[in-house]
Structure formats: C-alpha cells, structure tokens
Design a protein. Sequence first.
Length: 251
Amino acid sequence: MLYTHSARRCRTLLHAPPFAPLYGREAKNFLVPTPEHGEFGLQQQNLRDEAAYKVQLAQTRMKIYYDDQHSKLQDISVGDFVYVKLAKPGDRGYHLNNQTKLSFRKTGPFKVLEKAGPLAYKIQLPPWLKWNPVISVSHLHPAKDDTFQRPQPTPGAITKDGIKKFTIDDIEAHQVTAKSPGERKTMHCKVKWLGYEERTWEPEEELQRMFQGCWSSTREKLTNPLQGIFRQHSCNTGAILSRSKYWSGTW
C-alpha cells in the first residue's frame, strides 16, 4: 500500500510514470520491435499503430457529432419570439389539447420576457395555455423571419362529438340589432378566433350555450351603458365554439 501511494504521488508531481524516479532508469518497452524480431514484429507494430489510429479517428468523429448536437446553444435574446417544441402524444414534454401524431411539432410564436437562468427563459403565454412560463432552451426554437413571406399555418379545428370547433381568443366588441324593423333585437359579439386573423359576429344564444353559467358575468362586462357605443373588452376565454354556421370568411 505504501508503494502504491508513493507511485501515485510521484506520478502526480512529475506527470510521468514512477518507474524512473524510483529505480533511476527507464523501464524496458517490450512492445517496441527490434531487428531481432524480424518482419513479424514490424507487422505486429504496424497493426497496433493502425488500431490506435482508428480508435482515435472514431473518438474524433463521436466528439464532432456530440458537439454538433449538444454544444450549440440557441441564439435567443429578451424581446425575441420563439416557438415551443411539442412532444409526441404519450411522450414527456409539452402537449396541446386534441393533439395527434400528425399535429404540428411546435406552437407559437411567443415573446421572450426575461432570462430566468443560464438555460431557461420566461415567455409570454396566453391565458388559456396552462404551462409554466419558464421553459428550458431545449424546448424552444427561435422564430426567424420568413424571407418568402409565407402565411402562418392555422391551428385547425378541434373535433368534438363529430363537430368541428374552434378556440375563442378574444371577444372584441358587441352590438344589439334586429334583422328588420319590429323584430326582437338580439346581441351579436365580435369574436377573434385563436390562430386566425378574421373576425366573425356570433349570436348571443350560441355564446350563452358555450359559456353556460358564466355568460351572465361576461355579458355584464361587454354591455356599454353609453348609448350603445362599442367598447373593447378582452375576454381571453379559451373556450371552443362551432363557427361553421356563422363563419363569414373562406374556410
């Protein structure tokens, strides 16, 4: 044990094998071929050199592959927009409701609010998305400008009970009108759909059926006492509604 400790200490201090400091001479290398070994010894040495070279080449390739996959950090700054990578159904990670195998693999873009750590950022999420806003860079992807100015893909419909439904992002305005003089006036709300630029006017009956018990409080916030002038109101409900009957744009 004393010899082992001394050998390790000598190797640490001298950065060399302890044989020479202990015995005063270099150890013999039995693997170096001499002319006495002939052609066979030279062939064996060449095989060892070739094997060592291939091992070093394989290690270099593994290092290049690993560095290419792991060493590059995402170029993200505060104020930029990023996408959140979505995991496949059944895997651990971030998911959306009604997600399938053929759904998009990322959602967003979302604005970066601040840096929450060396490898995490806090992003601005919509109220309907119940995620922790602090997300690791491994789940983020920078949203770069499209040089071809292609339109962003729409999120698509959520099929529920065989009916295509869409998520409400905001209720922007309302108006009370009648189809013709003398008929009962009904309220219509201007709805902004999540992922779509077009707005549609939906009847109160349809919204009441969707909101169920909470529609009365939502209606009070929408009602403007100043002679029917529209008032902007951010609802951010995140609820879903079928718009096939009242959709005014091209679908």
